[in-house]
Ligand binder design. Structure first.
Ligand code: HEC
Ligand code: HEC
Length: 257
């Protein structure tokens, strides 16, 4: 679907990405985002995103979903914004660091959209991908928007993904490492809502790698109030080095149907 109001969208997004990436604080070591000058630097971006949000909230021809409602039509409209980075089929795009989201469970999508919007995830100065996703989460005005787009994305068929990592691990060794992970993510890596653990199958290998690396360095999971992310920071300590990470990913990929 295409909407006239969004024709200028990609270049706006490119500008946002460029501005975030060029900021002096980004990718510098050990600089917390909140309470320093970089935080002030982010404000214009947040304002721009909010301005966009107000613009997009006035999408034509829709009756606004009521609080708590799941409106798949509204969800599909909102998804048009996401495709710029996450691809039209929701299968992700490594070039812009955006992972596959199609077919992820709605509860997990909602949880992450909330995490980004509340600044629990994605604001660490070294989190290049998170810093791109954060302003996008502000486009979703309220919980009804989050629920609608989450329900729509969850309804999309998961995309068959080609492995993109240059180096590959040993799946048999990875099965040993995965024993710990299976307690939450399940033996088949299909995820477990009660544990807050998302499915790991059907996800881009490069994104699994980068997420595990981020947890290792508390770039993800160290945000204030990120209980679930903090749990993962503890768990990745069981993977001693990059080879172990590649091994566990090889095992996860061997679980795909
Ligand atoms: C400007 C590019 C961009 C746009 C537009 C965008 N995203 Fe993202 N999104 C990203 C990036 C980059 C990440 C990876 C963040 C990371 O590495 O932690 C991400 C991560 C996510 C995640 C976390 C996935 C996971 O497995 O934890 C969800 C959910 C998500 N995006 C949903 C959306 C939705 C829904 C929209 C549309 C409303 C959207 N995104 C629009 C770039 C974008
Ligand atoms: C105690 C339960 C638990 C265990 C054990 C666990 N995880 Fe997780 N995992 C989670 C939770 C909860 C999340 C969501 C965290 C967040 O919101 O950032 C998660 C998220 C992830 C993600 C990010 C997925 C995405 O879509 O962004 C990856 C990758 C991951 N775990 C891999 C592993 C691996 C590999 C192991 C074993 C070494 C493991 N996990 C062990 C609970 C667990």
């Amino acid at each position: 679907m295409k909407m006239g109001t969004m024709d200028s969208c990609p270049c706006v997004i490119e500008r946002i990405i460029k501005r975030i990436d060029q900021m002096p604080g980004v990718r510098k070591e050990g600089r917390p985002l909140f309470g320093n000058s970089f935080c002030r630097g982010l404000r214009p971006i947040a304002l721009l995103a909010i301005t966009l949000a107000i613009g997009f909230a006035a999408l034509p021809g829709r009756v606004v979903a009521e609080e708590g409602d799941v409106d798949l039509v509204r969800g599909e409209e909102l998804f048009a914004l996401c495709t710029q980075c996450h691809s039209s089929d929701g299968g992700g795009n490594r070039k812009v660091l955006a992972p596959a989201i199609a077919g992820l469970p709605a509860w997990y999508l909602e949880m992450q959209l909330k995490n980004f919007k509340e600044g629990v995830r994605g604001l660490h100065a070294e989190d290049t991908g998170g810093l791109r996703m954060y302003p996008m989460s502000l486009w979703l005005r309220d919980e009804a928007d989050q629920k609608s787009v989450a329900a729509y994305v969850a309804s999309l068929p998961s995309v068959e993904l080609a492995g993109e990592l240059e180096e590959h691990g040993n799946a048999a060794k990875g099965a040993g490492y995965y024993a710990v992970c299976s307690a939450c993510h399940g033996p088949d890596a299909a995820g477990n809502q009660a544990m807050g653990a998302p499915p790991l199958t059907g996800q881009n290998d490069w994104y699994l790698f980068s997420s595990i690396q981020k947890y290792k360095h508390s770039v993800r999971g160290g945000g204030k109030g990120d209980m679930f992310g903090a749990a993962m920071i503890g768990m990745v300590k069981t993977l001693p080095d990059d080879n172990a990470i590649l091994d566990v990913i090889a095992h996860i990929q061997s679980l795909e149907k």
